[in-house]
Design a protein. Structure first.
Length: 409
């Protein structure tokens, strides 16, 4: 019979794979069209209504591309809509959020030293923040304030920094940065689903009905697309941050996130300027380097690992692993093989922080990490890493039996 823990791990892997695939497709098409749009050139023989054209070579062939700011006089029968990459990136990302942070809320989402939340409270806050964030952003874009795109983007940056700080006051450091990435990605995907595609459909409907489309729809879509362009790289950083405690377990993780958004601007400005024909803005790389050095410095000023809980404070679903008669033997096996790395002050040479911020020193920490220990050491040989600490097969079997006995799998 397929164990729930094993099925859950493979389900998470499958959804993560899908998420990466669709994200590559979305980001790739987004970067391509931004570069294409900025590289358009005027020519004397452009068709009526055409804004610019570009010749490209790829895969042994030549491509002649023309852009219409509103629409051509005759709409072709076959149109390719670039939307599903965005939709499935968000859908797969949300499913992954559920599998990792909602199902595993007591381990990954909640930090009792930050805010002692019930699982349902943490999940409600998580979902509500994504929806409310979009509503605030969309309202700002549609307001008179949003008519100035530079001013709007500065306010958006402030909003993102405030959200970064807010998330760190509610969730664990790991979950805070991940949620900031989800918050930003929700804005980006909603831009496609709620604004860009609907506006394009209005233009298409007008053309097919013989009406002249209003140019405002293209202008609005262009604004949202520009925002997506500058937000893409920070979202990638935030999604990867959960693997690096130096980013998420820092006391200044919210400020690190703010600097990452500035790095996204400087990097994209370099490429956007290059594509539009304004030359190479090398100063942007100097600015990016300084920002990154600032991030490295902030990460060393202090950090917080997961809470050092007592057994009595564990929720029943976790405490049962510590109440099992075989737990004492498992605990000393884990401490003996893992605590040289997974400690507040690791003793393994060259290791300054516990891998992924996971501590395995106290009984409460080992009980809370029961499923992870089972998957990493009980039924696989992932941990301890090869050629570091030898773990006998009997010890691995003991861990596996303990977890299966308690979980009923």
């Amino acid at each position: 019979m397929l164990e729930l823990a094993v099925f859950g791990a493979w389900a998470e892997f499958a959804v993560r794979w899908l998420h990466v695939i669709t994200a590559i497709a979305w980001i790739g098409s987004s970067f391509y069209f931004i570069a294409l749009d900025l590289g358009l050139r005027k020519s004397p023989d452009l068709p009526k209504g055409a804004h610019g054209e570009e010749w490209q070579v790829h895969g042994g062939g030549f491509y002649h591309i023309q852009k219409y700011l509103v629409a051509p006089d005759r709409l072709p029968e076959h149109l390719i809509w670039h939307k599903w990459q965005s939709y499935w990136t968000w859908i797969s990302g949300f499913v992954l959020l559920v599998l990792v942070y909602y199902v595993g809320a007591e381990f990954y989402l909640i930090d009792v030293e930050v805010m002692d939340l019930a699982v349902w409270q943490a999940v409600v806050i998580s979902i509500a923040s994504l929806g409310v964030g979009w509503l605030i952003y969309d309202t700002l874009c549609k307001s008179r304030f949003g008519e100035d795109n530079t001013r709007l983007m500065l306010l958006l940056f402030v909003l993102l920094v405030v959200m970064a700080w807010g998330y760190t006051q509610v969730f664990s450091g790991r979950a805070a940065l991940l949620h900031l990435g989800a918050f930003t990605a929700t804005i980006m995907s909603a831009n496609v689903f709620m604004v860009i595609i609907p506006n394009q459909k209005i233009v298409v409907a007008d053309l097919r009905a013989g009406r002249t489309p209003d140019a405002k729809y293209g202008k609005i879509a262009k604004q949202r697309s520009t925002h997506n362009n500058y937000l893409t790289l920070p979202v990638l950083f935030l999604m990867l941050s959960n693997h690096y405690p130096l980013a998420f377990a820092s006391e200044y993780n919210w400020l690190i996130a703010g600097l990452v958004f500035l790095m996204g601007v400087t990097i994209r400005h370099f490429f956007n300027s290059m594509h539009i024909g304004q030359g190479y803005k090398w100063w942007t790389w100097a600015a990016t380097t300084l920002l990154f050095v600032g991030i490295i410095w902030l990460s060393t000023l202090g950090g917080r690992m997961q809470a050092d809980e007592e057994l009595a404070s564990l929720p029943p679903s976790v405490a049962r692993f510590a109440e099992d008669p075989g737990f004492e033997d498992v605990y000393w096996t884990v401490v003996g093989h893992c605590s040289m790395c997974h400690a507040e002050d690791p003793v393994w040479p060259g290791l300054h922080w516990a891998p992924k911020g996971v501590l395995l020193e106290t009984e409460a920490q080992v009980a809370r990490a029961a499923q992870t220990i089972y998957l990493q050491s009980g039924i696989s040989h992932a941990m301890p890493p090869g050629r570091t600490v030898f773990m006998a097969e009997e010890a691995r079997a003991e861990i596996a039996q303990w977890y299966r006995r308690v979980s009923g799998s």
